[in-house]
Ligand binder design. Sequence first.
Ligand code: UTP
Length: 290
Amino acid sequence: MKNLKKIRKAVIPVAGLGTRFLPMTKAMPKEMLPLVDKPVIQYIVEELVAAGIEEVIIVTSANKRAIEDHFDRNFELEYRLQKDGKRELLDEVRKIQNLARFAFVRQQEPLGNGHALLQAKLLIGNEPFAFAYGDDILEGKVPAIKQMLEVYEEYGTTTIGVVKVDDEGTRNYGIIKAEKISAKVSRVVGTIEKPGPEAAPSHWANPGRYIFTPSIFTALEKIRPGKGGEIWVADAVSHLLKTEPIYARELECEYFDCGNKLGYLKAVLHHAVKHDHYGKEIKVYLKSIT
Ligand code: UTP
């Protein structure tokens, strides 16, 4: 398909309460949990940037200030590192604020991930954009959002990323019903929230990655609050299915749900074992304790 608007912007919502990760999330954002030496949200921003995103809009809240600070300049730290001749660390620190142009908008109450996305409507305007949860890490040779952009460029419509989950995963994630149209692409027929293995129409789940057209905002404004009285992106996607075709891209990625304790611990171990400097020692240590 030709004449599509280039996707330059992405939205990351981070204003959720993180109840699955309490008590850690009482005062600290789960998106700032470290994987070795970088917070989870930095991995997500880096994935978006590697896919060509230039502007990142972060939907935040009052107790998530650390996220704004992480992507802002820290003058005092830069001054000290420069003075002490710590060039490598200085470059590492400076790189973060220069990854993209950052904009922050507040969600005043945690009324759901869909409500969070609505807060970015004015900053997005009338153009398609990427949407990525602040706690889901996807790692592949090709960035997840880039794999999805290839589908968007072909069909010019809403595209969902999906990963294969086991029976347990069907209890924890939104599952899609879809008709396969090529090796890695399906046309979505429906979505079901956490159906469980008996009712699940497939084992393909959405790990918080979307390419949206601006019509998602119309859908979000039309739907009523769903489960828990919250406005859900998943409900808006179901609504959108009535008016526009939606495609799913099977992501060739490893998925870490860092919003729950077990998923985060797996991500920590994965990154520790694979680490250039610490990996070898960590493997020996793990052997010694298992
Ligand atoms: P989650 O479904 O993980 O919700 O949100 P949560 O509230 O953060 O976590 P739990 O379920 O209470 O443990 C997916 C993404 O949407 C954001 C979250 O910060 C996360 O990145 N979100 C969720 C908001 O920005 N606002 C909300 O009201 C809800």
